[in-house]
Design a protein around this ligand. Structure first.
Ligand code: RVP
Length: 504
């Protein structure tokens, strides 16, 4: 007879935290959100730990170069998406690793032959007002000039006016050479009263830009996550098919951690992948595995040597796996089961294998709940897709800005299907994800700071100053559907119907 799980299948929204005793030391400024990323032995420390417990989803619409840099600057890690050719994924990793803080390789580059309409379209899409111009339009091509919003008047100028006629040409631009330090660049920016300084090499090629605002921001990034060479930490997604080709390229490019990306991870394909990595790289290459939804799946991957285990099937905002295949489990129940197994495994073996809760975070308080239920860190897709730094287009739909967000199992992404079981791409005859819009929410930094302020505050209400303390002290209750109504504003007429305490 089939096995029936004793517990029901609950989601985060069905739970609340019951506050515990908090003393005078429980203030947000004292809270640490340090989180282990990879397995460690009792008495030792995780070889990589994060300053905030957030990683971004292994998705085309989420984890590109810009987002990876922005998240590392806040103390978390992005996993560059693996649903692309191994070389281009490695190139993205290389771009993050070679990023010199404050030196920006612009992804809004023009050619002299483009026209004002192109500039306006790019500005609308990216929000950038300063755009370098290169001969071939590549971010590091031959430098021709720069365009800022002071160079044209939308109301008067012809949209077909070529960029070459209104840009500030290279010979009139203040530039610096690549050996100029960030501090020196900043001095030039101040002295010459400019907003952006192009860095141009001896051959006349643009290498990067230094922006006035980036320098200011760089000075206020106490949490940025750096490797021992002071480069940003970045992860990369891999699959269970082409690892022999992909993994060496990613490691060579400098990826700090890998993650096997699969919607169903309790499988021998994952073991074969980890075995191959261990055989070729030993323990030096860190690799997470998943996704699973119960303790049995966790134990299997932990025994295979996974450095962390990812939890969640079907809970992602763009995911329709449960509807299509009838597999999955409520994210909260899955997480609680897996975290219990992680703690038992630690008691038995003295090895701590961190757990990542992947998908289904809708409200900021879900973050705190997932951490209280035992997650060491969280993977989010929708949350990050809304920010300036995500790789997708920003569009104006019916007067509101939105960003595109599509699932890795959607028709749009499925050329690189992570969702098959080692078979060919052709075997994927149905989709497991949708293509959608999410509300545009501005810069990553502001949003992450805001969300984590709430997490810190709730941790104080639970008497916890660290994530481990939160797990130990949290008191969690199931809520009935009527008390859910009680939790929102109710029985009043809202003056401002747009009042939105969360990020939806
Ligand atoms: P969310 O944060 O709720 O948007 O969920 C993101 C997660 O959803 C990803 O990290 C991944 O596990 C899952 N996903 C990605 N694509 C798809 C799909 O197409 N079904 N699901």
């Amino acid at each position: 007879m089939a096995m029936f799980f004793k517990e029901e299948s609950h989601t985060f929204s069905e739970y609340l935290l019951v506050p515990g005793y908090s003393s005078h030391v429980n203030i947000p400024a004292n809270v640490s959100l340090e989180a282990p990323l990879v397995r460690y032995k009792k008495g030792e420390q995780s070889a990589i730990s994060m300053h905030i417990p957030l990683v971004s989803s292994i998705m085309q619409a989420v984890s590109g170069t810009r987002l990876a840099i922005a998240l590392a600057q806040q103390g978390g890690i992005s996993f560059i998406y693996g649903s692309q050719a191994p070389e281009s994924e490695a190139q993205m990793v290389r771009e993050v690793k070679s990023y010199k803080a404050g030196f920006v390789v612009s992804d809004s580059t023009l050619t002299p032959d483009m026209c004002l309409a192109d500039v306006l379209e790019l500005k609308e899409r990216t929000g950038h007002t300063t755009m370098p111009v290169t001969e071939n339009g590549l971010p590091q091509g031959r430098f021709c000039g720069i365009v800022t919003s002071r160079d044209y008047r939308v109301s008067r100028d012809d949209p077909n006016k070529p960029v070459r006629e209104f840009m500030t040409p290279a010979n009139e631009c203040v530039t610096a050479t690549p050996d100029t330090s960030l501090k020196e660049c900043n001095d030039i920016i101040w002295e010459k009263k400019i907003n952006a300084l192009p860095i141009v090499d001896a051959k006349g090629n643009l290498s990067s830009l230094v922006f006035r605002k980036d320098y200011d921001q760089h000075k206020s990034r106490p949490d940025e996550l750096l490797d021992e060479h002071k480069r940003y930490v970045v992860g990369a997604g891999i699959n269970t098919r082409d690892y022999a080709e992909r993994v060496p390229l990613l490691i060579e490019a400098g990826a700090d951690v890998l993650c096997i990306d699969s919607s169903e991870g309790y499988s021998e394909w994952q073991k074969l992948t980890i075995d191959w990595i261990r055989k070729n790289y030993g323990e030096s290459v860190k690799v997470g595995a998943g996704n699973v939804v119960d303790g049995e799946g966790f134990r299997y991957l932990a025994n295979c040597g996974a450095d962390f285990v990812k939890v969640g099937i079907g809970g992602g905002s763009i995911c329709i796996t449960r509807e299509q295949k009838g597999i999955g489990r409520g994210q909260a129940s899955a997480l609680i089961d897996v975290c219990r197994a992680r703690d038992e495994y630690y008691k038995e073996t003295g090895i701590y294998v961190p757990v990542c809760s992947d998908g289904g975070i809708v409200y900021d308080y879900h973050m705190t709940l997932a951490l209280a239920m035992g997650a060491d860190f969280l993977m989010l897709g929708r949350y990050f897709a809304r920010f300036d730094e995500s790789p997708t287009r920003r569009l104006n739909v019916n007067g509101s800005y939105v960003k595109e967000y599509w699932g890795e199992g959607s028709a749009r992404a499925r050329n690189w299907a992570r969702y098959d079981l080692g078979g060919s791409k052709k075997s994927l005859s149905f989709v497991e994800g949708v293509d959608s819009y999410v509300p545009y929410a501005g810069p990553l930094k502001d949003n992450v700071e805001n969300s984590l302020t709430k997490v810190r505050s709730t941790m104080c209400n639970c008497g916890a100053l660290t994530l481990q303390e939160l797990r130990e002290k949290a008191r969690i209750t199931l809520v009935s559907s009527t008390s859910l109504v009680e939790g929102g504003a109710h029985d009043v007429i809202l003056k401002d119907s747009s009042t939105d305490i969360n990020f939806r």
